[in-house]
Design a binder for this molecule. Structure first.
Ligand code: PHE
Length: 451
């Protein structure tokens, strides 16, 4: 078997894992969900669910991954004994399938980001006809750019963890954060922004238990932290034994929430500013007219108000978004590729290309049947598969894996683990409380249980 890669430092892991977590989910997906689910109430529920559920499950994935140092299927099998092995295979393969399906829709949206970035470059050099084509949602454009995005993703994954993933994650985050903060400052000078912030920051608590909102926030909490597909388990398997896992996990979770929250502070007011400038966002029934295209409508409208500088800001924004999408997509592709490499002995390069092209074919099917498949695949993977697989991960960390072995794993990198608050609470919490929360949200949203 090929030697396993490892992140070269704590910082490298934090950047790679945050790179996975921070992506279209934060900046494209989160604002759409906020805007379709009543503003502040969604923000509140999402944040609560991230703390109560997503962070503990992130820890389960990281601990299992680092212990087994293997791909998802092998990792789960390693901590299982006898009768739980079939469940380990089922969970592992379900995760691999879900990661692949997520990539299949994600790459389409990422392709839009590349196209909009190039569109701004076209504006800059005065090629406005070309820019218009790039920013229209035509079939040809979508096909071209989804392929381009796969080339990027596969090319990086083919080169392996240390060489490929680390390099891309290092420079991006600070730039993205600075740009978003600058845009938030700019938007505060615009008409309508204050109304956006009011909607975003004042939760109507009576909406919090709305079944659709809860299920949507549950899916978002999992999706945003890259949970319930095995990504974090595979990344965990590349962490050195000398690291303190609970702290690493907390850093990644806080960065992820922070960026999502900031993206909302930008996009929600941008909607109201666009509305004040005559763009229609909601229809008469109060539903978003084009939810998938929300940020592709309101952000360019905002950049337009900046005059010439807007073109440069737009170019920068969509370029950074493309890179943010790549650092996430490589972590999705890594799940099936790690499996092909470690369980089926395929060389990494070959594995990356074969698996990558197979998933590209799925994307093409979605592009050709966009109306029927796009939303369906998103709901299937993020609202249902991810939380259910997350629940299964809790069962593995809490019920299947022996507690003394779990403690031993956590003690590496933190010898006093046994006396920490984390150890006093977390094992029982993932064992009992996390599965119950997921179960309750599902029951509630199918109206089988009233919370
Ligand atoms: N967390 C990523 C985002 O917010 C998406 C993702 C989901 C990445 C699942 C890996 C696995 O964009």
């Amino acid at each position: 078997m090929a030697a396993r890669g490892e992140f070269s430092s704590r910082m490298a892991f934090v950047l790679a894992a945050s790179g996975s977590a921070i992506g279209l989910g934060n900046i494209w997906g989160f604002p759409i969900k906020v805007a379709s689910n009543g503003g502040g109430a969604f923000v509140f529920t999402y944040i609560v669910l991230t703390f109560l559920l997503a962070y503990p499950i992130l820890m389960a994935e990281l601990v299992i991954g680092r212990h087994a140092k293997s791909d998802t299927v092998k990792s789960l099998v390693k901590i299982s004994e006898g009768s739980s092995k079939p469940l380990a295979y089922l969970t592992g393969y379900w995760g691999i399938l879900t990661a692949s399906l997520i990539l299949s829709f994600y790459a389409i949206v990422a392709g839009w980001m590349i196209a909009f970035g190039l569109g701004s470059a076209g504006d800059l050099v005065g090629a406005s006809g070309f820019s218009e084509w790039l920013t229209s949602f035509s079939l040809e454009r979508n096909l071209l750019f989804v392929c381009l995005f796969y080339l990027l993703t596969i090319g990086i994954v083919a080169n392996g963890v240390a060489a490929g993933i680390e390099k891309w994650s290092t420079r991006l985050m600070p730039m993205l954060i600075i740009l978003i903060i600058a845009l938030i400052a700019y938007i505060s000078t615009q008409n309508g922004a204050a109304e956006g912030w009011r909607v975003y920051l004042t939760p109507e608590f009576d909406r919090v238990l709305n079944p659709d909102l809860l299920l949507s926030a549950l899916g978002q909490a999992f999706f945003s932290l890259s949970l319930g597909v095995g990504t974090m388990m595979v990344y965990g398997s590349y962490i050195s034994k000398s690291e303190n896992l609970p702290r690493l996990g907390a850093t990644v979770a806080l960065m992820d929430i922070g960026i999502a929250f900031m993206a909302g502070l930008l996009v929600i007011p941008a909607m109201y500013v666009a509305q004040a400038n005559g763009v229609t966002i909601y229809n008469e029934a109060g539903k978003l007219i084009d939810s998938d295209g929300l940020i592709f409508t309101v952000l360019p409208a905002l950049f337009d108000t900046m005059g010439g500088a807007g073109i440069i800001v737009s170019l920068l924004f969509f370029t950074l978004m493309t890179i943010a999408a790549v650092t996430s997509s490589i972590s999705m592709l890594e799940v099936p590729v790690a499996h092909a490499q470690e369980s089926h002995d395929l060389p990494r390069k070959k594995a990356a290309w074969i698996v990558g092209v197979m998933i590209l074919l799925v994307s093409l099917i979605i592009v050709f049947n966009f109306g029927a498949l796009f939303g369906f695949v998103i709901d299937l993977t993020t609202k249902y598969s991810e939380p259910l697989i997350g629940l299964l991960f809790c069962i593995f960390a809490g019920w299947v894996w022996r507690r003394d072995a779990l403690l031993k794993e956590l003690q590496q990198g933190n010898p006093t683990m046994e006396n920490t608050l984390f150890w006093k609470i977390w094992p029982t919490y993932v064992k009992v409380v996390c599965p119950l929360i997921v179960f309750a949200v599902f029951m509630h949203s199918f109206e089988l249980l009233k919370i």
